[in-house]
Design a binder for this molecule. Structure first.
Ligand code: PLP
Length: 376
């Protein structure tokens, strides 16, 4: 049996090595390292894939969030609502721009923002809601968009973990993650579902004038070289990364399919254990399983993790410390006990290895090791 990894970037590369090597060599030959033709070609292909008319590539998923908030003209003191159970980047850019992060607890089922607690956090200063489609499954976008419309707020979808996920509205409309809000943002960090070989990100919008602003901001606030109309940043996707992503985008559905097969195996193998809960499947969203995240009950999580690790099975905890308890984001009156679901999840969640190269013998081995775990 091959050694088990959380993600197997090397195995995935070897499957498509010829195509990738050729794409890289083409960029080296042309030496158009910045804004080469592959960047636009990839943006167009990605737009077609997710059904977004405007796709603006940028340097990473954190920048994508920052540029989105700059383009919407948010001012210091404006309040942004976001789930407290998320990766730090979502809260980080809000704080960096002098905006105020307003955390909301998550749903214990799908781990996404609890839509029943959003309205009570809206004030006169609130300008946007940032749902994060965590672990690969869409948040309750129908409710979020209804609240946003009613209260005149923007929605910025953080799609870093859910590129390719599809959401079904109650009227039958089907939309891709990242195309439902005012703006969608994503990351091509190597371990994401569509990962490049370094850093990368992209921003989606249906609005032409917003797209133009986003394009300007991500390129030093200029439309014409050396003419800077607004304050911008330097955040571009390298041509090399775009060339790699152009190749990998063709396989994204296949990758999601493979992840779903692994998830289904785990579901079947683990669902009867009393000490754990397998991931909840939302009825309105497909799942692209960026992570396969279990809840381990009754204080058994850390022992479970040690048991797997002692048997050569890596695991990860996303996320061990909730944002409101992080030194950088602590606020008066928001200590322990403020967001009870997130706090409980931080002691219960554990993500098992899931990637596009997992073999049946590895899955059977993981199952057999879990079967030997003795919960307290
Ligand atoms: C990975 C991630 C980001 C940041 O992406 P980078 O490309 O690493 O900057 C933002 N939000 C979420 C939810 C993520 O998982």
């Amino acid at each position: 049996m091959e050694k088990i990894k959380m993600v197997d970037l090397q195995g995935q590369y070897l499957q498509i090595k010829d195509e990738i090597d050729r794409a890289i060599q083409d960029v080296l030959t042309s030496t158009a390292f910045i804004q080469g033709p592959q960047v636009n070609a990839f943006a167009t292909a990605l737009g077609e894939y997710i059904g977004s008319p405007f796709v603006i590539p940028c340097a990473n998923g954190t920048d994508a969030l920052q540029i989105a908030m700059m383009a919407l003209g948010f001012k210091p003191g404006d309040e942004i609502i976001l789930p407290v159970h998320t990766y730090v980047a979502t809260g980080e850019v809000i704080a960096l721009l002098g905006l105020t992060p307003v955390f909301v607890d998550v749903d214990p089922g799908d781990f996404n923002i609890n839509v029943d607690q959003i309205e009570e956090r809206i004030t006169a200063k609130t300008v946007a809601i940032v749902p994060v489609h965590l672990y690969g499954q869409c948040a309750d976008m129908e409710s979020i968009l209804a609240i946003a419309n009613r209260r005149g707020l923007h929605v910025i979808e953080d799609v870093a973990q859910a590129l390719g996920a599809v959401y079904r509205f109650s009227n039958g409309d089907v939309r891709n993650a990242g195309t439902m809000g005012t703006i969608g943002t994503t990351s091509f960090f190597p371990s994401k579902n569509l990962g490049c070989y370094g850093d990368g990100g992209a921003i989606f919008t249906n609005d032409a004038s917003l797209a133009e602003k986003i394009r300007m901001i991500s390129n030093h606030g200029q439309k014409v070289k050396y003419h800077h109309d607004v304050v911008g940043v330097n955040s571009r996707l390298d041509t090399l990364q775009a060339a790699i992503l152009q190749v990998k985008l063709k396989y994204l559905d296949e990758y999601a399919q493979k992840r779903n097969e692994v998830a289904s195996f785990y579901d079947e193998a683990l669902k009867h254990f009393q000490f754990l809960e397998v991931p909840f499947r939302s009825k309105n969203s497909s799942h692209v399983f960026h992570q396969y995240t279990l809840k381990i009950k009754n204080g058994n999580r850390d022992a479970f993790k040690s048991h797997l690790e002692a048997n050569g099975i890596p695991t990860m905890i996303y996320y061990p410390v909730p944002l409101h308890l992080q030194k950088a984001y602590m606020r008066e009156g928001f200590g322990e006990g403020t967001f009870v679901v997130t706090e409980k999840l931080s002691s219960e969640v554990i993500s098992l290895p899931i990637h596009t190269e997992m073999e049946l013998d590895q899955l059977l081995y993981i199952k057999s090791v879990i079967e030997k775990f003795q919960p307290a």
